[in-house]
Design a binder for this molecule. Sequence first.
Ligand SMILES: C[S@@+](CC[C@H](N)C(=O)[O-])C[C@H]1O[C@@H](n2cnc3c(N)ncnc32)[C@H](O)[C@@H]1O
Length: 256
Amino acid sequence: MKWDAELYDSKHGFVAEYGKGLMEFVPSDASSILDLGCGTGTLTEQLQQEHGGPTHRVLGVDSSPEMVKAARRDHPKCAFDVADATHLPYDHEWNVVFSNAVFHWIPDHVALLRSVHHALVSDGTGRLVCEFGAAGNIQIIETALNEALHDDLGIDRGERFNFPAATLFASNLVACGFVCDEVYEYERPTPLSDGWEGLREWILQFCEADFEPLSAEQRDAVLTDVERSVCGDLWDSENQRWVADYRRLRAVATAV
Ligand SMILES: C[S@@+](CC[C@H](N)C(=O)[O-])C[C@H]1O[C@@H](n2cnc3c(N)ncnc32)[C@H](O)[C@@H]1O
């Protein structure tokens, strides 16, 4: 995944314009941290550097065996396992579950939050620290993509992501046994790399399933239509780059 360096801080991970980086919500004395949906392990390694040590345990898990393989290759000093967030194999053993850019891929947030609650310690101190797409995330891009697929090819794309409002996510947290410490949405316009090519590269990566069945010509036609529709809103001509219309939901909650 390509992220713009301006929004990525090597110490704190993804830096929100709203304020503090997500990692600052991880208590400094946390002795065990599960990085849920670790991908290729970049943030797991940062958690390990900040919180790891002889008596501290940091583990990255991801449902994709390919991601875990890449994480083990790229970060040989960190520990990784394959695990599905909705069926975590842990019985009240983690002080912190940390998760960045994962929950919007998971349709059932109640199953997810029950699983996370069961993985956290049961003494009233276990903490979930997470950030993912909020309601309205990439709405301009998704609307243009839905229209292009429909108008060019007669394809109805449907819902691909789970981007909840903070109020809904907070009520799910409470229903699953958490107390909400912080739950809020914020705008995080995110510059993409690679100039004009950046938007189509991003769409092909994040909406891979929509493009798999299409021929090269069909892909190009749809992507060209999307670029034409969104360039008034998302093309930053001064810096010659696309700026994706991200909205994030950040939540910090304690398992009680
Ligand atoms: C956008 S990446 C984020 C990676 C990493 N957290 C980061 O911030 O760099 C999303 C990751 O979530 C993982 N994922 C999606 N659904 C999952 C699930 N049900 N359980 C565990 N991981 C999941 C994907 O395999 C992918 O590696």
